[in-house]
Design a protein around this ligand. Structure first.
Ligand code: PLP
Length: 469
């Protein structure tokens, strides 16, 4: 009892602790936050004393109290959204922010919002302009389409297109294309939200042009083709080609729309990446509307891009929803810079756009980087970790190119003692955070998605955060 009273008397006050901090430290955090954390530490100590838990003299010192409070205040003060080193080899990792932006796109994001901009002003005429004007001409030139519009993401693009062209009317879709993409985008649900009525035709594995034809009614507003993105049906299958849909559309005067999902603007066949049409191929094949994401294979910011016939795009631009789905100047700045990279020759574009660079990275380069990393890690970890180099496969991710097997070379780390899950957790919580894969009791690193200038930080994080005991 006597002891407790003495300890309580020794508890420092907030002011006492603040006084012994240097002005530099005191001013490195918002005052309110620091005081809040100090109060919390002191309250905790008081509680421990009152409930008879052991409290040492040292813990009550202003130095110890401030040390604890500063630690939690600094932890709180760190940004929640922060960079992560992606060592998973999944190029378009939705949880890790999808496309890594090009230098040019990042520069545009820094430059444009520093001051005012001509977001909605035509500098030539001094008249009010459209925020979309900055990219429409580029999108038309790159895709061959008549017109273009940009919204917040591809889900929004599909919603807007359906709402504009088919609200209260029927949209015909193959049963094989009623897909779910990443949980938050399901074709039937987006359709319902748009006010359009879904008319399913064909079967899961086979749908013919005649299935669409037989489903036509007075109320048919649109023929919709949806890219199956993250899944494929193998074996006994038949999908109606875009050309067949376009032929039916032309014959009946009904527009054809394709939700392309990813949307390549450059043909990567010379790099061995096949099976994915480019946007320009689909426009050329006659699709009246094509929608795709800005942050998938295009390699830009999150956006939904709509290209196609001017009369339909104009209708969409006038829809009230467009105002609600519109993109901001940061997105516009990054998107314009990203699109400009496609004006270069394809080999140059691939070098400028990080995700294209990653997808086309040569196997020899990946192997060399992996061997160098493995050698350094083995040296750093000596006998405590079994470091190996193994052939493996990276993924495009983001629902793109699910069948694509990108050969890579993996560095695997196996603990001599301890659990690899603990390693992964340690790396995830580190500064910088690192995301790796776990397979067969080993930590697996794929350098395809690790930027050149991140390699040193990766090694540092590995040495710092792997609990080797
Ligand atoms: C990814 C995808 C979407 C959703 O696009 P977001 O840009 O993520 O909104 C819609 N349709 C298809 C076919 C997709 O692949």
């Amino acid at each position: 009892m006597e002891d407790n009273r003495r300890l309580l008397r020794e508890l420092p006050s907030v002011d006492e602790v603040l006084m012994q901090l240097t002005p530099n430290i005191r001013n490195s955090l918002p005052h309110g936050l620091l005081v809040e954390q100090l109060r919390a530490v002191i309250a905790q100590l008081r509680e421990r004393v009152l409930t008879g838990q052991p409290v040492s003299q040292e813990e009550l010192s202003p130095e110890q109290v401030s040390h604890q409070a500063l630690q939690s205040a600094y932890a709180y003060w760190e940004p929640n959204l922060r960079p992560v080193i992606n060592a998973t080899g999944v190029v378009l990792h939705t949880n890790l922010g999808r496309a890594v932006l090009s230098d040019q796109a990042r520069e545009a994001i820094l430059e444009v919002p520093k001051g005012y901009s001509n977001l909605e002003l035509d500098l030539n005429t001094g008249e009010r302009g459209s925020r979309y004007s900055h990219v429409v001409e580029l999108l038309c030139r790159l895709t061959g389409a008549e017109s273009a519009l940009v919204v917040n993401n591809n889900a929004a693009a599909v919603l807007l297109a359906l709402n504009t062209l088919a609200q209260g009317r029927e949209v015909i879709v193959s049963r094989g294309q009623l897909v779910e993409i990443g949980g938050s985008f399901r074709v039937p649900e987006v359709m319902a939200a748009s006010g359009a009525r879904l008319v399913e035709v064909g079967t899961t594995n086979k749908t013919y042009q005649r299935d669409y034809r037989n489903a036509l009614t007075e109320d048919t507003a649109l023929l919709l083709k949806v890219h199956p993105s993250n899944y494929r049906i193998m074996g006994f299958t038949r999908e109606t080609s875009l050309e067949e849909l376009v032929a039916l559309g032309r014959e009946t005067g009904i527009p054809v729309m394709e939700d392309l999902g990813s949307g390549f603007l450059v043909d990567l066949k010379p790099y061995g990446i096949t099976g994915e049409p480019t946007v320009q191929e689909e426009v050329k094949a006659g699709a009246d509307i094509v929608t795709f994401s800005g942050d998938k294979l295009l390699g830009g910011p999150q956006a939904g891009i709509i290209v196609g016939k001017k009369k339909y795009v104009d209708q969409m631009a006038k829809n009230q929803l467009t105002r609600a789905l519109r993109v901001d100047k940061l997105t516009m700045a990054a998107l314009e810079a990203t699109l400009r990279a496609y004006l270069w020759e394809p080999e140059q574009t691939v070098e400028l756009i990080p995700i294209l660079r990653m997808l086309t990275m040569k196997t020899e380069v990946l192997e060399k980087r992996a061997r160098q990393l493995a050698a350094r890690l083995q040296q750093l970890f000596d006998e405590r970790v079994i470091v190996a180099v193994e052939p493996g496969v990276s993924q495009a991710g983001g629902g793109s190119l699910p069948m694509l097997e990108l050969s890579t070379t993996l560095v695997t780390l196996e603990p001599v003692a301890g659990k690899v899950e603990k390693w992964a957790a340690g790396l995830r919580r580190g500064r910088p955070a690192v995301m790796a894969r776990i397979a067969e009791g080993k930590l697996v690193l794929d350098l395809r998605t690790v930027l050149d200038d991140e390699e040193e930080s990766l090694i540092e994080a590995l040495t710092k955060y792997l609990p080797l005991a």
